[in-house]
Each structure stands twice: as structure tokens, then as C-alpha cells.
Design a protein around this ligand. Sequence first.
Ligand SMILES: O=C(O)C(=O)CO
Length: 359
Amino acid sequence: IFLMHNNKMFSFYFNSFTSGATTKVLRDMSTLPRVYVTRQIPPEGLKILQDSGQVQFELWDSDDVPVPRKELLQKVKGVDGLLCVLTEKIDAELLDAAGSNLKVVSTMSVGFDHLSLEELKKSRGIRVGYTPEVLTDAVAELTVALLLATSRRLIEATHEAKTGGWGTWRTLWLCGYELANSTVGILGLGRIGVAIAERLAPFKVKKFIYTDVAPRPELAKAINAEYVTLDELAKQSDFLSICCALTPETKEICNKNLFSKMKNTSIFINTSSHIRGGVVNQEDLYEALSTGQIAGAGLDVTVPEPLPTTHPLFTLKNCVILPHIASASYSTRNAMSALAANNLLLGLRSQPMIKELKL
Ligand SMILES: O=C(O)C(=O)CO
């Protein structure tokens, strides 16, 4: 139990199984490094912070609403560490508000476009932890689910079944596209791309192709994928899965030009949680989907997030939009929170983090 008294934080041990008062003050926490946690993170991470005895921390105790910016700017004043999620912008204003005590920012995400790396680099001496790898399986699994939901039109199908559209059996009603004998293209081959391909291979995919800034033979070997140009990737892919990082070069790389080269039977999928939606020009995607230039799209990341319910992409039957849930399994979100907590504690002890972002 953590309690504030006379502006000091105390931890208590309370034995409720013995009779009489057995509350003991174990340690005056007020001398420990101060940490602010911007969200009610999953229990594994919280437990690590609590059990560590290494920090005193305050927490924005909600998972439903992000901490208001004004409150955040207040709360970070003088903290030694910050554990945040992807809804908090860690920029010059926030770092200035925190002040010179701040040594570690640990984000419970693999993506870091909410962190102003420029500002963090600026000789503030702040180290940054993040959570790659632990979400690879969950993201790959969700990608397969979204790909199948889109290509086999599952959302349309359940809607028809529920709303009376299910009439007689029809020969071409709700037909979609099969993975068997298909060519699957991966834009940006990394851990997640490989994990997706490994899961799709048993569906009897004929060929995997990929493009990246340069061939990645080691990774490609694992999935027997051929390196092609971006043009060839667009032309040959029956399913195109986007897994590249968002950089100035890849910003809106999925645009009119790319869609115009794709087959009108192809399916476009964007789930890569560390890139967000920025690699896709959504107006061009709308155009490609609504004119039949491509057959369908499944998106787990959009710009902005949340995507307004009035957005034109929501009007299309051949566009399946998920609310950024690729890593949303209990085990993965707990693993992310545990990794973020451990990165934070290690950083505050000036030890190497498990996953540290090189600034
Ligand atoms: O970790 C991230 O960056 C996400 O997008 C959510 O898993």
C-alpha cells in the first residue's frame, strides 16, 4: 500500500490475517526517484513498479481517457522518470515542464512517432525505452485475421446475415479472393513481415515477394521471399501487406501511383503498428477502392486516429477498418507493460535497458 502523509510517500505492509493492528511502515518512499505513469497500464507492468521498491510513482488512473495535457504538464514537474503510452506527445514543452531531473522516458509502444526525438537528443541526457518484438506475434496474427476478413468479406457477410440480406444460396454472392496460389507482397521486410509470411505460408501461398531500401537476404531466406522493385511489388501482389517504417521517404508511399499499378483483384492491408497510417495517402486509397482499381483494403492504422466516423473510407463495403488493435491481446499488452516498466527501472539505475531506442 502506498500512502501520502505530510507530503511524503510511505509504503505499508498490512497483515489482515492476524488480529490486532499490524500495519508496519517499511520504508519512507519520499527519497526515491519520482515517476509519473500516464495511463493505467496492464497489471504486470504496475506490479513490477510496485514491487521494485525503487521508485515512488503517481499514475493517471484511467485507461478510458488519456491524461489531459494540462494535468500532464503539471504532473511531470521534477520527475525522474516518465512511463507513457502513444497518446502522449513528448515534445519540447513537456520536457521543459519536466525539467532537468528527467532521466528516462519509457514508452509502452513499439512506435515512437509521439516522441520528439530531436528534442530528446538535444543534450538533455534523457534515455528512451520502447517495446519492440514482444508484439510481433500479436500483430502478425491480427494481420492474418484482417487479411482474411477483408478478402473473404466477413464483415459484409455477417451484416447481410443479420439484416435480412441472406436470401437463397447464390453462385457468386459474397465471393472473395483466396490465399491459395496467390502472390503475397510485403512492403518493408522486418520481424513483423517475416512473422506474417510464416503464418500465411500454410494457406498455400505460391510466392512471397518484398521490397525494402535494400535486399534483406537473411530475413528473406526464412520465408523464401524474392526481392523486387516497388513497381513489381504493386504489379504482382494479390495481397499487399505494408510493414515499412514511416520515414520521410515512405510517407504516403502508398498513393495513386502505387494503387494504379495494382491488380483490380488485389487486397491491400496495413496493420503495422509502428508506422501508423502515414505511409498511405487515404484520399488515393478511397479513390482506388471506390473505382474498383483494387478489390479491398484492411486498415488497422489510419490518419488521424481515431478516424472520424464521417470519413469517406467508412462508407465503403470493401474497406475494413479496425481501431488500432493489432497488439491488443492480454498477453502482449501485459508483456509490453512489463517491458516498459523494466526499461524504466533499468534506465533509472543507469543500466542498459532491455530495449533502448538509440537516439
Ligand atoms: O506499440 C505500438 O506502437 C502500437 O501501435 C500499439 O501496439
